[in-house]
Design a binder for this molecule. Sequence first.
Ligand SMILES: C[S@@+](CC[C@H](N)C(=O)[O-])C[C@H]1O[C@@H](n2cnc3c(N)ncnc32)[C@H](O)[C@@H]1O
Length: 439
Amino acid sequence: MTRVASSHSPDPAPEPADRLHRDADPGPGSDPAPEAAPDADPATAAFRELLTGPGRALLDRLAAGHRPEDEIALVTRLRRDHPAELVSAALAQAALRRRAAAKFAPEDAARMFFTADGVEQATRAEVARHRARRMAALGARRVADLCCGNGGDAVELARAGLRVLAVDRSPLACAAARANADALGVGDLVEVRQDDVTTTDLADCDALFVDPARRAGGSRRFDPEAYSPALSWSVAAARRLPVAALKTGPGIDHADLPADAETEWVSDGGAVKEAVLWFGTGLPGRYRATLLPAGDSFLTDATTEPPTGEAGRYLYEPDGAVIRARGVADVVAEVGGRLLDPAIAYVTADTLVATRRATAYELTDVLPFGLKRLKALLRERGIGSLTIKKRGFAMTPEELRAKLRLEPRRHRATATLFLTRSAAGPLMMLGHPAEQPTH
Ligand SMILES: C[S@@+](CC[C@H](N)C(=O)[O-])C[C@H]1O[C@@H](n2cnc3c(N)ncnc32)[C@H](O)[C@@H]1O
């Protein structure tokens, strides 16, 4: 196990390798290769160098950005005063910070440090913040953030007022997590430990958060037993502490959800980001959908099969988190509606009802699907721009769009097209977002 010391000393920083390896005991179960001697690799050594005074100064010079065509001249200038590896690392880091601004507040991203995988794997700050606040509200005080990566979750847990033990086996991830906690002003609340999470000591923690590695060979892992660590390990660890949150992919099979966990699907801006298995909420076996950024959270209630029937004047498209949390029947009940098909998450109703679980559309046309008929309808309505959505329909929006040959310059109207199936066969529905009535 290696404790990663704080790097926010105002003095010129010591050699970063010293800071990381101050407590060099590898500890039981720590992963020896290939990360045990990271500085053998010049790029890795350069990353560490970025955390030192000269490295940070170089990053500051790159903060304003530059035009691609100016890069060669810039590199030539910087190499006069700095080693080539450091210049390359600083340019790469500046690019990672720019990418990270899509997930983190830009003012945070501009001060943070990322490993190449780190930005890719990091939780969006909005999502991490929601989870952290929920954990604090459940009474946690010192949380083990297992598989902390670059520390994005650790920072939000600390900002929610928790003390954090952040653990990762990657020395570089730990160096980044340490630097990030310090850079964002929560260094005192975060202890970073380089270790294997499956053997690390959690003795003084009362809560657990695990965000396992879910990528291998570049492709997403769907089997939760193929996560690192495996979901079964995390569940066993979760059951030993008062509160725990285990992050999984949003597409996790419901059959893999432990009966004693509450599962929360979280979407941000309409895209489902994660499913979290919660222990210690007092709601075992329940499903919840949380919709960010608004923060609305819905426990799935309905237990009866919703009715089905023909399309009415309005179509409600439930948020993906609501769908994953099996809350479509709750939307049907809320809007007094019905499903078009028992297996498809399109809800229809004759009236417009305020709901935060779904987006409502007013339908102008509902017809059996037919390409010629659709082209004629779009021409008649002067529609040149179309948002195409589909559920339970074989053709992809791209395929259909190619066949439609829309002419947005000539036809100025816009519409949303829904392709789906009903008892009567394939269906196309044209409409536009409805003004939501006030709640
Ligand atoms: C998905 S990332 C974590 C991202 C992080 N929560 C964030 O928001 O930045 C998964 C991390 O798990 C770490 N990891 C996987 N298996 C591990 C193990 N057995 N022990 C320690 N770390 C492990 C990897 O090194 C990687 O940094």
